[in-house]
Design a protein around this ligand. Structure first.
Ligand SMILES: [Fe+2]
Length: 386
């Protein structure tokens, strides 16, 4: 069967990417840039740095720093109104996934003069036009959301997360922005990217371009996370992690995440745990889950993760040994277990049905995932890593 693969959004990458982005904005004739971020990103100086770079090129910049996690629709509409009032002709999303998504979504509402809810896929999106470009600038190396078309918005009326599909016009990856990322955020973000790359590499929807990207992302994370933790200012390691998260994002946008993120989304939501942390805990169990369906891929991942597997192992044995190798690394990184985080084992297993019902992409996992299998996965994630 033929496969199609594509690249949704151009990426500007390098230690001077912010300055280069500002030059490009000016060359495009942009006059008024609206920067969407949260208070944390503003506090570390990232928003001012971006605004100053734009102003140096003659582009005026306004900073909106009221983004909250899982941005709700009313915040997206507040941004829309503020952008209109400012006369925005360039939107910038700066920070983590929420800021990037809210910036992209607010542009859709502004350009089309209707509430963002109209354009949510779940609400029967009638289609829309893009008039105002949106640049997205991640400040940590994890989500890869700069290169996916997804904008997740919390719809308050239905109290559910819904999706607007709109890619950015430019992703700006500047490693110098990520050196302020503290140790714990660096680890959790890398774990998110690692779960993306491993799930993508073992999904039921592979294509040759994204397979190369996914396993190289895994390798880069394994090689560079320890270096970045040893010296948080290590720009080369930071750059490699940022690149790894980005190519993992490109890979999963096409090939899909699956069981690990069904688990991570539900467990994170129910027990209020960091997404990247839970992703890290998912990785060994995802490896075990797909081991028999994906024996070659397991060997490739082992190589990328520097885990030696002897010849002659059965696929099940190879999966178990690789999973244990990953757990050893997670312990070295200091990733706390669910037990240490105070999660009750029975309550954990109790989220199995919702993990499947709330996350359609379980179908992208080899052999799909039943309620019973998810319950076993949940129990294993608790028992096997303590
Ligand atoms: Fe993720």
């Amino acid at each position: 069967m033929a496969v199609i693969y594509q690249q949704l959004c151009p990426v500007l990458f390098g230690n001077d990417a912010i300055a280069d982005m500002a030059k490009r904005a000016a060359a495009e004739g942009r006059k008024k840039a609206f920067i969407v971020c949260d208070k944390g990103v503003r506090a570390i100086g990232a928003a001012d740095r971006v605004a100053d770079a734009l102003k140096a090129e003659g582009v005026d910049a306004f900073i909106y720093d009221d983004i909250v996690p899982d941005a709700p629709d009313n915040v997206v509409m507040q941004i829309t109104e503020a952008m209109k009032a400012y006369g925005t002709d360039l939107i910038l999303g700066l920070g983590g996934g929420s800021s990037l998504d809210a910036a992209k979504a607010a542009g859709v509402a502004m350009d089309n003069g209707q509430p963002i809810n109209v354009f949510m896929e779940e609400n029967g999106n009638p289609g829309f036009v893009i008039k105002t470009p949106c640049y997205v600038i991640p400040t940590n190396a994890g989500t890869g959301s700069e290169v996916t078309p997804m904008c997740v918005v919390h719809e308050m009326a239905s109290d559910s997360k819904k999706v607007v599909l709109r890619p950015a016009q430019l992703a700006v990856l500047d490693p110098t922005l990520t050196v302020t990322c503290p140790r714990s955020v660096t680890i959790n973000s890398a774990m998110d990217a690692l779960a993306h790359s491993i799930e993508a590499y073992t999904s039921v929807n592979p294509n040759p371009k994204d397979m190369i990207l996914a396993n190289n992302a895994t390798r880069l994370i394994r090689e560079n996370l320890p270096k970045a933790l040893e010296n948080l200012q290590d720009l080369e390691a930071r750059g490699n992690l940022l690149f790894a998260a980005d190519i993992a994002g490109i890979a999963f946008a096409e090939m899909s995440i699956h069981i690990g993120h069904c688990y991570a989304h539900e467990v994170g939501l129910r027990f209020e745990l960091n997404h990247g942390h839970v992703c890290g805990l998912s990785v060994p169990e995802t490896i075990r889950y797909v081991a028999e369906a994906k024996p070659k891929e397991i060997r490739d991942i082992a190589k990328a993760l520097q885990v030696e597997l002897p010849e002659g192992l059965s696929p099940r044995e190879a999966g178990d040994q690789l999973a244990e190798g990953v757990r050893k690394w997670l312990r070295e990184l200091g990733l706390k277990s669910l037990k240490e985080l105070g999660v009750d084992r029975e309550a954990l297993i109790g989220v199995a049905k919702d993990a499947i019902d709330h996350n359609w992409f379980h179908v992208m996992c080899p052999g799909d995932v039943s309620y019973e299998q998810m319950a076993q996965y949940l129990a294993d994630s608790y028992d096997n890593y303590q």
